[in-house]
Design a protein. Structure first.
Length: 342
């Protein structure tokens, strides 16, 4: 029994570190050509997006003072209740340079700003599960070895069982191609279907957000690609990295992305503006709301991996990793977790 528990813990840590490495790689890399294309689809419906000089230059969110955590990147929403929010993150202190298995940390907050470290099993650092219409819970993760999205299912939201097969096949034969599937986000629409938005590098070398869908009848078990580059032409260049969504009580869906221009990528150049989009039709279209905040608001080199959270009082807050200059660090910079709210 102890050997089985050890194996489960080891598998959990490996899966989490794979997710963290994909997120970090996607935000930091330069855009490269697509290696393995996927099947093309006809886009019958154009994205409902707009561009305006005011929404592109003025912040819609207010910067929160201070930092939420130092030497921290890749925030992950693990659990949210009416009272508290639990975040996981990757800890980058030099003391763990030779102990990557201890880099996963957890912290909990009641007000969204002040966090306390919390002891937690690292293998449990997985995104919040989705509650489906039949009362089951399901959560998804990308397996580069299997070349697609896999899933776990639970009847109570606590004990999860790995499900066989792929929910969404992207690169078969065990091909590990991060251009095919990068950062992803999922939500359940009003009909009970599951919407998947994920990063992909297309044939033009752009970082885009593609959309796949699992019909209500499939109960989240089978995704099909329905739209490519759902945010196309909403900004000057197509570089929409690190998508993350939250569904509000009124049914509105907020989507945040990290945007970069065609200029030099960090740490050579300073990049990273967080933009917000809203959908009022279950994710069929997304309207550009505007710039929420950017790297220059934090005197940062880069912003990466934003996570948007809706609090019970109606506040929307975005947590994001900020790369800042630190001459004491090996590479001359460190990561801090910072935030801003509406």
């Amino acid at each position: 029994m102890s050997k089985t528990i050890f194996n489960l813990l080891l598998i959990g840590v490996v899966v989490l570190l794979t997710i963290l490495m994909i997120s970090a790689w996607w935000g930091m890399r330069s855009v490269e050509p697509l290696i393995t294309p996927i099947e093309e689809v006809d886009l019958d419906e154009e994205s409902d997006t707009e561009s305006d000089s005011d929404v592109l230059t003025s912040n819609l969110f207010e910067i929160d003072p201070g930092v939420r955590a130092t030497y921290a990147s890749n925030p992950l929403v693990v659990e949210q209740t009416e009272e508290t929010l639990l975040l996981a993150y990757e800890y980058h202190s030099l003391e763990l340079k030779n102990a990557p298995q201890d880099r996963v940390r957890f912290m909990r907050t009641e007000d969204g700003l002040n966090f306390e470290e919390e002891a937690y099993d690292s293998w449990q650092a997985k995104p919040e599960p989705l509650l489906l219409s039949d009362g089951t819970y399901r959560r998804y993760f990308y397996s580069p070895v299997e070349g697609g999205v896999m899933s776990e299912v639970s009847q109570d939201g606590e004990a999860f069982i790995l499900e066989e097969g792929l929910r969404y096949e992207l690169a078969g034969d065990g091909v590990n191609n991060p251009h095919v599937f990068g950062v992803s986000t999922y939500f359940v629409d009003s009909e009970g279907g599951v919407v998947l938005l994920y990063n992909r590098t297309n044939d033009a070398g752009d970082v885009v957000v593609n959309q796949a869908y699992a019909t209500p009848e499939s109960m989240g078990m089978e995704f099909i690609l329905i739209r490519e580059n759902v945010l196309a032409d909403s900004l000057e260049t197509d570089y929409y990295a690190d998508p993350h969504t939250v569904v509000l009580e009124n049914g509105d869906i907020w989507l945040v992305v990290m945007y970069q221009t065609d200029g030099a990528k960090p740490p050579v150049g300073k990049q990273g503006i967080i933009y917000g989009y809203v959908s009022k039709d279950d994710g069929k279209t997304f309207t550009l709301m505007g710039r929420l905040f950017g790297y220059d608001d934090f005197d940062a080199i880069s912003l990466n991996d934003p996570k948007i959270v809706a609090f019970p009082d109606g506040t929307l807050r975005v947590y994001v990793a900020s790369m800042v200059v630190d001459e004491t660090a090996d590479n001359g910079y460190r990561w801090d977790l910072v935030s801003a709210h509406n």
